[in-house]
Design a protein around this ligand. Sequence first.
Ligand SMILES: Cc1ncc(C[n+]2csc(CCOP(=O)(O)OP(=O)(O)O)c2C)c(N)n1
Length: 325
Amino acid sequence: MKPQLDQDHGRHLYREMLRIRRFEERCVELYSVEKIRGFLHLYIGEEAVAVGVMQTLGLEDAVVATYREHGHALARGVTADSIMAEMFGKLEGCSRGRGGSMHLFDARTRFYGGNAIVGGGLPIAVGLALADKLQEREHATVCFFGEGAVAEGEFHESLNLAALWDLPVLFCCENNLYAMGTALERSESEIELTLKAASYEMPAWSVDGMDVLAVEAAAHRAVEAIRAGGGPYFLEMRTYRFRAHSMYDPELYRDKSEVAAWKQRDPLVLFERQLREFAFIDDAAVAAVEAEVADEIDAAVEFAEAGTLEPIEDLTRFVYHESTP
Ligand SMILES: Cc1ncc(C[n+]2csc(CCOP(=O)(O)OP(=O)(O)O)c2C)c(N)n1
């Protein structure tokens, strides 16, 4: 973490969070007119986590995420064009239109999904980190997953092997309190997630996931230690999703008042307030970022609209391995 936040970096963080927020708001509109179909899990409310963590990574590091991954992909540098085209199921999408919202993938930025299986990304992250370690590359792998994944065997197997083999991986648990409609305390006997990680002998701490600077500072500390050969780290990001689990969810498991209380801690609003206090932004600067982000998203939608659907002859392509250049 930089000792002092400077204006450029502050504006960059704000802009990155805003890109995710506005991108997903547009996705909701496009979903309602059936331009985007299938599942759509929104990250709105959790933007500070992906943006804060991503600041600590270099291009050679790897990222693994879940099905709620539009924000991670955008913050990682996958272009809005290729993500939107993927949402539309177009060939120009980052997964060739075959993955859709839950399976964004981009080898160029070492973004290894977009994984629809709860907990499924953890063993992938361990494998990537193992490959880096065996090939003596000083890279880190960051794995994002929800707190619902801690109930899966893959969580325990992955943490165990990562610790046993001292692998360079950051387990980043996005604890938004609910796995679909199930509150953490209804599925776990131990709800202090850092204790679970500590039981595998790895450093673990909890972070305010609504505060982008706190996230960045914690991730920076962990990633530096990982790069220095410190083995795996675990961070619990305490966050909240403002929207439904997916597009259809009556949200009977939580009170409206709880949602409203968390919205008081909206990461974008909190950070904007902070930036204004530091005199790093003003109304004109906010308007300029909004306009810039709106242009980027308009262009992405145009790009996706103009994209191509996969020809029917390609239906059975990639069923078996096929090399890509
Ligand atoms: C192995 C597996 N079991 C069940 C599901 C169905 N499912 C999809 S999302 C979800 C909830 C996961 O919650 P969490 O891991 O906390 O992530 P969040 O959605 O809160 O980001 C479940 C149970 C699945 N996709 N994979």
